[in-house]
Design a protein around this ligand. Sequence first.
Ligand SMILES: Cc1cc2nc3c(=O)[nH]c(=O)nc-3n(C[C@H](O)[C@H](O)[C@H](O)COP(=O)(O)OP(=O)(O)OC[C@H]3O[C@@H](n4cnc5c(N)ncnc54)[C@H](O)[C@@H]3O)c2cc1C
Length: 411
Amino acid sequence: MAEKTYVIIGNGMAGLSAAQAIRERDRAGRVVLIGDEGEPYYYRASLSEWISGDLTDALVLGRMPAFYNALHIEQVTAHVARIESGVRQIHLDDGSAWNYDKLLIATGARANGYPVVGLDEILVFRTWADARHIKERLGCCGRALILGGGILGLELAGALHRMGIERIAIVQRSGFVGGPLLDADAAAWLTARYLAPDGIDVFVNDTVTRVEGQTAYLQSGQTWDFDILVQAVGITPVFPETPGLTVGRGIRIDARCRTNLSDVYAAGDCTETQVPGSDGAADRAWQTTRIWLDCARQGRIAGYNMAGADCTLPVQPFYNASVIYTALYSVIGEPHSADGESYVWQSGNGYRKIRIVEGKLAGALLLNARRGDMALFKAIGQPVGDFRAVLARPDFPWNDLTGQDWDYEYL
Ligand SMILES: Cc1cc2nc3c(=O)[nH]c(=O)nc-3n(C[C@H](O)[C@H](O)[C@H](O)COP(=O)(O)OP(=O)(O)OC[C@H]3O[C@@H](n4cnc5c(N)ncnc54)[C@H](O)[C@@H]3O)c2cc1C
């Protein structure tokens, strides 16, 4: 039988994970990894640490050339303009057409831009090129205005603060920063505990209405002088033009990471998946993929299936852990919703919120005090007795309650 040609569009976490997974099952087929950034694979989620100087270039680069050589993965720099799934072909920008047997679309997302009157150039934070641009433009001591106080905007503010930039402002349209990871109370805690002491100006319920020279005019009537204005106002999935492909906000994939087109798979930030609703399978909403771990997981499942396996994405509670501003966080399950009871514990730089619904653990938000986050992950959906506020304490023995030792499977 002829060897298969696997084509992967996008050399981010999803694409690379798929290439690795394909090689685990098929040592002979041709694996082609196409990316259009002109960079080898790098850790996108580590760009803030690169800006702050905590990580060198070598640590941001995820893989050395020896990795690709050892796995016989062909790397191609090109932009894929169109997919013709009926004839199993992709078309590059230069007009050439390539054939595939199995195709993965792992093209990620682009940063949104918000047009501001008087602003000539929209600067965003998505790629390593953006990060270099921000760092070069800011120099050692410029003034940075960040439009958008979500997770990415806060992460950038934290990186710039660690880099030594003294004048930083965040402008956030809604009433608090850090959503949807934080709720209003946790955001107030982060602002009081971190942002205010570090001298970060935070404008909430506000936006930049116009710019004149280096001055931003806010809706609230206030002004702020800046050297760079960076926008962190969300992302939009991107993918090549593909007739017949079913899309919502992203490419719709099933639990096997298949699209509706034969032999075309998709993974990562360009996709959306159906998540179970609170009342089970009947109430399933489509949700875009935005978490690094989910991109890796989808890439692996897609890769295995492209190479002949039959794997499905695990159904498990939400989990994400990283840095918000300069605080470490874990988000487990659904910590923020109006129903149920919530308990908060705070001490020093630690903040823990636990949410219980109908006597069962529904979610947790841990800021810095992250002890037992894996045990909490295992305990989602488990009855928690009548312990109430004690549940939020970092010394609560979750393993004793659930009777399980914690562990965390990658897949
Ligand atoms: C600054 C920053 C910090 C982050 N921090 C965290 C964090 O702490 N935790 C977390 O879970 N997530 C974090 N994320 C999100 C996480 O990095 C992404 O979810 C993940 O990297 C997306 O991987 P991906 O492979 O789906 O897409 P991408 O990494 O975007 O890779 C897709 C690649 O495909 C290329 N491409 C697109 N279209 C084409 C085409 N037509 N032809 C050829 N190539 C194409 C793109 O240029 C890109 O190189 C962060 C993101 C950013 C930007």
